[in-house]
Design a protein around this ligand. Sequence first.
Ligand code: PLP
Length: 287
Amino acid sequence: MTRTVYVNGEFLPEDQAKISIFDRAFLMSDGVYEVTSVLDGKLIAFDGHLKRLERSLSELEIRNPLTEDEWLSIHRQLVEANGITDGLVYLQVTRGAPGDRDFAWPDPETCPPTVVLFTQNKPGLAESPAAKIGMKVISIPDIRWGRRDIKTVQLLYPSMGKMMAKKAGADDAWLVEDGLVTEGTSNNAYIVKGNQIITRQLSNDILHGITRAAVLTLAREAQMEVVERPFTIAEAQQADEAFISSASAFVMPVVEIDGAALGDGKPGKVSARMREIYLDEMRKTAI
Ligand code: PLP
């Protein structure tokens, strides 16, 4: 089925959607994005994603071209047009297409941002078999730039990291800087030790995950102790459990790190519980 996508004010069949070759995102990765999950036809944590979009744009001095109501309406229209029950809505805003290549930013008065949205259909997204088996991760050096708090479309290294993991027979890579885990290629990383859930504190070193924020709130409500500090791969390998979080994977257990099985090599109870609590709460608050 041909998808309906959104490009700069128009809803179009995907094969009729066009972007200029001079678009700054194509030439310079000069753009930001967001990914929102859809469960039962409703948007998960939508407000959080819009707030982070606003922040990413303002850090890069790109004007937010749409109002909150407009963003919501476009998301809903795409979910409807593409018959999405479970899936994802991907949005991208770039600094626009100035009609030539230049390092200097174009005048925002004459070069409006480019806006693209599309859906991905993922039937049974929340019933992923991977959640029952758990993920294997490898560690790789974190050589990304210093503003990982901005959700830019510069995804080459995370994509290389996924390929390194795949070649090593693993599912994903955890990134390590100065001996400490920053995050996963496209998710936040956690370990569990006793009653403590440990995850790196927010800074410019990691993306401020919307799922992370909800998971930590829900963990505290469930009487878990949340400790926001970095950890090493060696500490993670000795932990009771580990997991990752992201808008598309929700909470996903990690069962192996650099070839070392955690505990009995099966998804841990805390990870499974946090996934359940998170999905329950998100379904309740979906819009
Ligand atoms: N960290 C990175 C590098 C990511 O790319 C993502 C999501 O794409 C996350 C963390 C998780 O963020 P969220 O929970 O908002 O999806």
